[in-house]
Design a protein around this ligand. Structure first.
Ligand code: GAR
Length: 202
């Protein structure tokens, strides 16, 4: 069973998907905490309305984010899910939670990732590149944006009439399914990492 802290900067639809998967028994976990770097993030107000503890995190990655580990410890969180979280996770948190932090990204990494590649910007870049498939990626988090061994990935087609919004909606549907599924692999202790790759045991 995972005790998850979700970090979210915005709307929180992936947070809601995780919550639904727990409620329906598809994910063996509980939500210990929702953290955001924005006081007005919809994810925070939604979580508060569900009775999930929420924290507005004021940190600058440069200060080492000293209080994050304390917060996680105080709430009994042993796993971190980044669900639309736009700040870099401080290195000492990555070290303390090595292979226990996952991120969802709305494209097929390692393409269309990195600093500044979030939300709509990702889909705009995908359309500008003219690629015929996009998708969603769940990966382990390391010290860089959108890097780290890939846990799950799924494609969607890029249609000729797509706008960033229509493509985002198609990708988001996949995100809502594969993020809880990927978390369940951790809950079942089926994820092993070797040579920078993820291996899923049966
Ligand atoms: C999601 O599409 C997520 O993949 C993306 O932000 C959106 C958050 O939506 N994350 C990134 O772009 C990270 N680089 P949500 O708040 O509704 O879950």
């Amino acid at each position: 069973m995972l005790h998850i802290a979700v970090f979210a900067s915005g709307r929180g639809s992936n947070l809601q998907a995780i919550h639904s998967a727990i409620a329906s028994g598809h994910l063996d976990a509980d939500l210990r905490l929702v953290l955001s770097n924005h006081t007005d993030a919809a994810a925070l107000s939604w979580a508060a309305a569900q009775g999930i503890p929420t924290v507005h995190l004021r940190y600058d990655a440069k200060d080492g984010g000293g209080d994050i580990l304390e917060l996680l410890h105080d709430h009994g969180a042993d796993f971190i899910a980044l669900a639309g979280y736009l700040k870099l996770i401080p290195a000492h948190v990555v070290r303390a939670f090595r292979h226990r932090i996952v991120n969802i990204h709305p494209a097929l990494l390692p393409s269309f990732g990195g600093p500044g590649m979030y939300g709509r910007h990702v889909h705009t870049a995908v359309l500008a590149a003219g690629v015929k498939v996009s998708g969603a990626t769940v990966h382990l988090v390391d010290e860089e944006y959108d890097r780290g061994p890939i846990v799950r990935q799924e494609c969607v087609p890029v249609e000729e009439g797509d706008t960033a919004e229509t493509l985002a909606a198609r990708v988001l549907e996949v995100e809502h399914r594969i993020f809880p599924e990927a978390l369940q692999l951790f809950a079942q202790d089926r994820v092993k990492v070797a040579d920078g790759r993820v291996f899923i045991s049966q």
